[in-house]
Every structure is written in C-alpha cells, then in structure tokens.
Design a protein around this ligand. Structure first.
Ligand code: AMP
Ligand code: GLY
Length: 428
C-alpha cells in the first residue's frame, strides 16, 4: 500500500510510526515531513496547504490512501479534492472541518443541539461585543477569534480594559488575520482540562484513551500559550463515570448534530473538554488528531491504526475493534529557546542516531527538525517530543525525562513538571 501523510510535525511522525506496525503499509510518504520523519518515510517538499499541488502529486503517484493530519488543508477541502480524483482519505470533508475551522459554527452547533459548552454570543461588530461584555459584567471573559489561529486566537481578559484591548487586537488590528472578522465572547470556565480524541465514520464514534496537554510554555502553567509542551495519557481526571457522561451528553450528540446538519464527521474528532463543577463542557472541537496528544495516544493503541482509519473512511467503524493498552504514556517536548515567541533555527541536535536514542525503548517524535548535509538541526519552535510508555504514569514520566536528558541543542527548553498535576490526581 502506498500511503501519503499530509503534515510535518510530531503528530504526523506518531501517525507514521503507528501505521508502520501494519506490514501492509510498506510504502509511506509524508509531505512536507521533516528531518526526523525522513528516517521513517519518504518526505516530499510540498506545503500541506498547497492543495492543488498535493492533490496533483497524490494522483500522479497513485497513492492508495492519504491521511490529512493537519487542520488547514482539511479546512481548505483537501479530502473533498482527493475524493474527486478517486483517492480515499482519512479526515473530514470541508463542510465537516468547520467544527474546528469556525468557532461561530461550532458554538452555534452546540447551542442548537444542547451540547454543554461555555455560554457565549458571537459578534462581527466590536462595539456590540463590548456592550455585551459590559452588560454581563463578569470577568475574566474569554474572547475567541472565529477562524483557525493556531490555538493562539484565544484571549482571557481579566477586566474591562483588557477586554477592550483584546477586541481591538483581534477585530481592528487583525492580529490573527481575517479570523478576527467575527468573534465569540464566552464565559470563563474552570476545572481540569481533558483531551479526548475519537475515531468517527460519520455515524459511529469510538473514543481513544484520554490525555492531558500542558499548553503554557513554563512550569506551573506560567508563561504564554503554546501548541503544547507535553502530554500524558490516560488523564486521571477522566474517570469511567466522566467518560460515560461525556459519551451521552457530548460525543454522541455531536455526531448526531453533524449528521443532522448534513455534514457527518469522518476522521479524528478531538474534544477539548473542561470538567467544570457543573459537569463536562466542550472548550473546543478539533477536526484532527491533537499535537502533542497523538504522541501519547497512538503508542497505547493496540488495534491496527490503518484498519481503523480505513473503517472511518468506509463507514465500518462499528465492526472494527479499537483497543488500548492499560498502560500509560508521557511525552516531554524539547522546544527552541524563546518559543512561542521568536527563536533561532539551525541549531545542531546531538545525542540521536538516525533521529532516535540508540538502545532505548523511548521514541523521539520529530516536530521541528531538518537534515542539513546529514546533520540533524532544529527548524521549528517545538523540536522533539520524547515519548515513553510504561505500566504506570510515574514510570513513563521517569523514562521520558531521563531520555530527554540525553538529547542536546543550544537553547533547548522543556517544562520540568509534565504530568505533575496528573500524578497528584492519581494520589487522591
Ligand atoms: P482553545 O484554542 O479554544 O483550545 O483555547 C485555548 C485554551 O484557552 C484552552 O485550552 C483553555 O485552557 C483556555 N480556554 C479557552 N476557552 C476557555 C473558557 N471558556 N474558559 C476558560 N478557559 C478557556
Ligand atoms: N494540543 C492541542 C491541539 O492539538 O490543538
């Protein structure tokens, strides 16, 4: 089977590694991929957002299956365009990808179908948005740009002045581009956050093992929001009782809502949940695997990923087993100094042989690496995701941290408290 994975980060690396466990997946390609991924797949330098070129390439090279892993090509309709060429793909079509690509769409969907989420209103006029914030008079208040803003289009405003500044930044200064033409103003929720990725075939949904992301750049959840500095799975706050409630109140209603709206969801549906004192609520949906959640979720998948992905495409997920091991996984991100603001690139990475730690069971997923004349160098903000699995979370964390000490590049930064909150929850 000739398979193309679209994207080029740690998530795509984890997907490729999981696909490779199936001997059928003998010929894996990745576009654009990265330095470390090139040890596991043929990388082709096509931008994930270059829809036309990608589809042309997939057709010319006669791929049997394409996995569109990244959000923007999904939002642009890459799965639809591939289908027109007769190429089956994993991921939602353009209409279904709106569940992530438009916060206005997803919030209205939740309101219409009674799916628990933060109270909100949507606005396209900054003055009206401010009037609403003043009338509610509750702080902090959350302001979200409508479109894809790489997880950065969310402002938590502590007071009136911050809300005014926030609206100006998003709607007038267009800090997040056109995604700021519309905003969602919503209630600030509290509680532990849980990420639940699920497989979906349009009708059936099967959740994966839960996970916990660590979004802030610095220890103790300080510093700026990032794409994610580390993850653990499973998430101890996600008890069987919570899981059942989420299935009944959130997961199944979301699948039914998407079907009723004429855009059944196929692919990986990601639920970003907050376990509030009033029960679990949706913070956000993503229309794709999370990054770095995938790096801890897929290593625990015992069933065959390729079989499941095809079942999602073909609508046969109900008959396809999705089993996870009882163990735990931890991923520690090594980032470039300065991330998520500006950071240097091109730093030599040492400690790895062909991208991995020699003689170790720990896997190094590459996010921002490149090969320059055979030498691995940094090329992004998040550089590597060092991931260990073990019977227990403490053991997985110990293994991942010990392994991360063996890898070096100038200015490398990691959080030292990944999983600490999860461990505390386990002690209770
Ligand atoms: P999002 O891009 O929607 O996932 O938001 C990024 C982060 O902002 C989330 O992971 C939360 O930590 C936080 N956040 C978003 N919406 C809310 C909310 N309504 N209440 C509290 N925190 C929120
Ligand atoms: N880790 C959060 C995301 O993938 O959006």
């Amino acid at each position: 089977m000739k398979i193309l994975v679209v994207g080029g980060g740690g998530r795509e690396h984890a997907i490729i590694r999981a696909l490779k466990k199936n001997p059928q997946c003998s010929d894996i390609w990745c576009a654009p991929g990265n330095g470390g991924i090139s040890y596991d797949a043929h990388c082709v330098d096509i931008k994930a957002t270059d829809l036309e070129k990608m589809v042309e390439f997939a057709a010319a090279e006669k791929f049997d299956y394409v996995v569109v892993a990244q959000d923007d090509p999904l939002a642009l309709g890459m799965v639809d365009a591939l289908a027109e060429k007769g190429i089956p793909a994993f991921g939602p079509n353009k209409a279904a990808a709106r569940i992530e690509a438009s916060k206005v769409f997803s919030k209205n969907l939740m309101k219409k179908y009674g799916i628990p989420t933060a109270d909100y209103e949507t606005f396209d006029d900054p003055a009206k948005a401010m009037e609403y914030i003043l009338a509610r008079g509750k702080y902090p208040v959350v302001i979200k740009a409508d479109g894809l803003a790489l997880g950065k289009g969310v402002l938590i405003c502590e007071d009136e002045a911050a809300a005014r500044d926030g609206l100006k930044e998003i709607m007038e200064d267009k800090k997040f581009g056109d995604s700021g033409n519309h905003v969602v103003v919503e209630e600030f929720l509290t509680g532990p956050e849980v990420s639940v990725l699920s497989f979906a075939d349009g009708k059936t949904l099967k959740p994966m093992v839960s996970s916990m992301d660590h979004k802030r750049a610095l220890d103790n959840d300080q510093g700026l929001n990032t794409g994610g500095m580390g993850t653990v799975a499973p998430n101890p706050y996600y008890t069987p009782q919570v899981a059942q409630r989420c299935m009944e109140e959130i997961f199944l209603p979301t699948m039914a809502a998407m079907e009723a709206e004429g855009c059944p969801f196929k692919g990986c549906l990601y639920f970003g949940l907050m376990l509030t004192p009033d029960g679990p609520k949706v913070i956000e949906y993503n229309c794709r695997f999370g990054d770095p959640e995938t790096q801890v979720v897929l290593p625990l998948l015992e069933s065959d990923l390729f079989t499941i992905m095809q079942a999602c495409t073909n609508g046969t997920l109900a008959d396809t087993p999705v089993e996870f091991s009882q163990g735990a996984a931890a991923c520690v991100i090594l980032a470039s100094g300065g991330y998520p603001l500006s950071y240097p690139k091109g730093k030599e990475i040492t400690g790895l042989t062909k991208g991995q730690l020699e003689g170790s069971d720990v896997t190094v997923y590459h996010a921002g690496t490149a090969l320059k004349e055979g030498t691995l160098i940094t090329s992004g903000g998040r550089v590597l995701g060092v991931t260990a699995t073990a019977d227990t979370l403490p053991k997985a964390l110990e293994l991942a941290y010990a392994a991360s000490e063996k890898i070096h590049f100038e200015g490398a930064h990691k959080r030292t408290d990944i999983g600490r909150r999860a461990l505390k929850a386990l002690e209770k």
